[in-house]
Design a protein around this ligand. Structure first.
Ligand SMILES: Nc1ncnc2c1ncn2[C@@H]1O[C@H](COP(=O)(O)OP(=O)(O)OP(=O)(O)O)[C@@H](O)[C@H]1O
Ligand SMILES: [Mg+2]
Length: 321
């Protein structure tokens, strides 16, 4: 039997900054099928970017990474940086958080998109230029715009160009880290639709990171909710939106603004724990309205009920890891 396209198993990242250690990612585990679309949501600092940067082998040297990232059954972390270089951009690619502001202002957008193509696909200048034109058309920017500079693009167009660049070498998996956060709502909706359509058209599987649960619902079929470096609940988007089991997921769903309701915005009181100091029990316990003694003493294992995985003492199902 063919293995799933992407299996992330017990991924952990610890940053060592000399005087302090930060456990930024603590045992992230998920599976992504071919053409699948998984959203990852969670508050700022919960380890979303660190997890996907670890999957690309792009963390700084002070990061200690453990666990497995199996692509077509092959652990792409196992071969160190040299092994990872074979897969990065060609098999697994990423739109970085803030990518739309990361273009070099003194080079044309076309030159910058051509760079990974020339580097990883050994293409001639002419072949790369042709591919850039195709990619720009694919993301809804006219091919003639290749000769323009980043400042001549709107924010939405720069985000489309960043997407074109990530897709340049034909990856099987695309990791998109907050690709719409800095955009206004109309442009955000257009970019979300583009992301869904383009990945669908090319048959690329997607991991979509966002603070915004409704945005995830628009793009993804499944959602993983991260809290303090761990996935605390993962399952079909519709299930988590209507029947969340983890109290943190319930709080995130309640915090979605409803324009038709008079009730004000509902924020989640308290804040996540610091990840640079040891804590006991469930990291959500200090904010959880239903926490018991055991929640303050023991971190709950992840359990699977046939539809979703959840890590909460208040939910008893079959333990998976
Ligand atoms: N290079 C680094 N060195 C030390 N600590 C780091 C480094 N990069 C990230 N961290 C820490 O790791 C934790 C997770 O950060 P990360 O950027 O992955 O969170 P995030 O969920 O992507 O947040 P946001 O939603 O704000 O983008 C934070 O506590 C952060 O301070
Ligand atoms: Mg981030």
């Amino acid at each position: 039997m063919r293995p799933p396209l992407l299996q992330v198993r017990d991924l952990c990242v610890e940053f060592d900054s000399g005087t302090r250690k930060v456990d930024a990612v603590r045992g992230v585990t998920f599976t992504l099928d071919e053409r699948g679309r998984l959203g990852i949501v969670g508050e700022s600092g919960c380890g979303k970017s660190t997890a996907v940067l670890a999957m690309m082998g792009l963390l700084p040297p002070n990061a200690e990474v453990s666990g497995q990232v199996l692509l077509d059954g092959v652990d792409i972390l196992a071969g160190g940086d040299a092994g990872m270089r074979r897969h990065r951009w060609c098999d697994i690619a990423m739109v970085f958080q803030g990518a739309m502001n990361a273009f070099n202002p003194v080079r044309t957008v076309g030159e910058q998109i051509a760079e990974p193509i020339r580097l990883h696909q050994n293409s001639s200048r002419r072949q790369a230029a042709e591919r850039v034109r195709e990619l720009l058309e694919l993301v809804g920017i006219g091919a003639q715009r290749a000769a323009h500079y980043p400042h001549e693009f709107s924010g939405g167009m720069r985000q489309r160009a960043a997407l074109a660049m990530a897709l340049a070498c034909g990856p099987k998996v695309l990791l998109a880290d907050e690709p719409t956060t800095a955009l206004d709502v109309i442009v955000q909706a257009e970019v979300l639709e583009l992301l869904r359509n383009v990945t669908d058209q090319l048959g690329v599987a997607l991991v979509f990171i966002s603070h915004d649960l409704p945005a995830v619902a628009q793009v993804a079929e499944r959602v993983a909710v991260m809290y303090a470096g761990r996935i605390v609940e993962e399952g079909p988007v519709s299930t988590l939106l209507t029947d969340a089991r983890h109290p943190y997921t319930t709080a995130l769903v309640s915090a979605i603004p409803n324009p038709l309701s008079d009730a004000g915005m509902c924020s989640i009181p308290g804040e996540p724990p610091r990840l640079d100091a040891p804590f006991a029990g469930c990291p959500y316990a200090p904010r959880c309205p239903s926490a018991h003694d055991v929640c303050r003493e023991l971190e709950p294992p992840a359990t699977f009920d046939g539809v979703r995985t959840v890590a909460c003492h208040l939910v008893s199902t079959t333990e998976v890891h």
